[in-house]
Design a protein around this ligand. Structure first.
Ligand SMILES: *Cc1c(COP(=O)(O)O)cnc(C)c1O
Length: 376
């Protein structure tokens, strides 16, 4: 049996939507992008969603709004994908890496608080693998210290905390539509905003600092040349990608339901395992299970790498968890010392296959193989 780590989930509608875009001649930012943005905003119950080429681009645009200076510090969790640290560095500011809770994998208020300095300008909370961070406590810390808060919700489209979706605590939230996330546009992202303040600027900097949107330019009946307020990148999502996204939005509930059912099966089977801890989901949290990330406990009869290798030899797509960003060569210059939980997690976490098409035979095969490789 072959069980991949992940697989995008799509229906007949995606191809249909793309064909319509191609026939209409709208290949760049047009009506499908607008429809996709409105669809995401509606699901998140937020007033604004601005489509970008990736979550990393969205985080870059978000951080850019704060006009960071050379010594300004951006607190980011270390146990993650380095997207947000890259954005902070490329904007000329300093990422400061913080630790995380070893059972939820999320950085909490106390982890951020440990690295606060008078130079701290922004806290980036990450909803790791699709579990909402403890936002009320983090927001309180930000408010008390006059620090900006943004949410890296790359994995968290559909994630809730006591029924509230992501994006309601930070000034901005960034979502990803990479094929490994909850829904996909191939590559893609969105930045959300809770109010109007930065929306015009975000839209303009998504498109090289232009003051006129593509939609307005194409609709114009008289001749005009675009003007550019400031230098900027091209972070525009195409209509082709957004068309895929629009079809994917209709599948979101089904995708979440299936992922949660698989997670329930895994968790039930592993909850008493002496060597493997399944991810902890606190009461009242709606996890997306972008990844099903487990911890191999201390003293286990084989190493994490041997276990991942063994799963792969049985045609099961497994991989190591996130990295300890602060000790990677590209980022260690910004490290402020050891982060014990993060370093432990980077050595002991591994992912099990998770995608909506997984059936009970696949789940059974994964669990049986796990038990063969590491006897409970
Ligand atoms: C995937 C991911 C990103 C990057 O998303 P892209 O769309 O690939 O740029 C950023 N942060 C986290 C936590 C992620 O999981």
């Amino acid at each position: 049996m072959q069980v991949p780590l992940t697989k995008p989930y799509f229906g007949d509608q995606e191809a249909e939507e793309v064909r319509r875009v191609l026939e209409s001649g709208w290949v760049t930012q047009g009506p499908a992008v607008k429809r996709f943005e409105e669809g995401v905003a509606r699901i998140l119950k937020l007033p604004h969603a601005i489509a970008t080429t990736s979550a990393t681009a969205a985080l870059y645009l978000a951080l850019r709004e704060f006009k960071l200076e050379k010594d300004d510090e951006v607190l980011v969790p270390s146990f993650t994908f380095p997207g947000v640290a890259n954005a902070a560095i490329l904007l000329g500011s300093k990422p400061v890496f913080v630790d995380a809770n070893p059972r939820t994998y999320n950085a909490e208020a106390k982890h951020f608080e440990a690295f606060l300095t008078p130079k701290t300008r922004v806290i980036v909370a990450i909803h790791q693998f699709g579990l909402c961070a403890d936002m009320p406590a983090i927001k309180k810390l930000c408010d008390e210290n006059k620090i900006e808060l943004i949410e890296d919700a790359a994995c968290a489209f559909g994630s809730t905390r006591h029924g509230v979706p992501v994006g309601h605590d930070g000034r901005f939230a960034a979502l990803s539509f990479h094929p490994r996330k909850i829904i996909t546009t191939g590559e893609g992202g969105i930045i959300t905003a809770r109010d109007d303040t930065h929306v015009e600027s975000l839209r303009s900097h998504r498109s090289q600092g232009t003051t006129v949107s593509d939609l307005a330019r194409h609709k114009a009946t008289s001749v005009f040349a675009p003007t550019f307020a400031e230098p900027g990148f091209n972070f525009r999502l195409s209509d082709i990608q957004a068309a895929v996204g629009c079809a994917q939005l209709d599948l979101l509930d089904e995708i979440l339901e299936k992922r949660r059912a698989i997670a329930k099966n895994y968790t039930e089977a592993l909850k008493d395992h002496p060597w493997i801890s399944p991810p902890l989901v606190p009461e009242g949290y709606g996890h997306t299970f972008q990844s099903f990330c487990c911890v191999l406990k201390e003293g286990a009869p084989s190493s994490r790498d041997e276990l991942v290798q063994g799963l792969r030899e049985h045609n099961i797509g497994s991989t190591v968890g996130a990295v300890a960003t602060h000790i990677l060569p590209a980022f260690s210059a910004w490290s402020r010392g050891p982060l014990p939980n993060t370093e432990m997690l980077a050595e002991r976490t591994f992912m099990l296959p998770m995608y909506p098409q997984m059936g009970s035979a696949e789940i059974q095969y994964v669990l049986e193989t796990l038990n063969k490789l590491i006897k409970p």
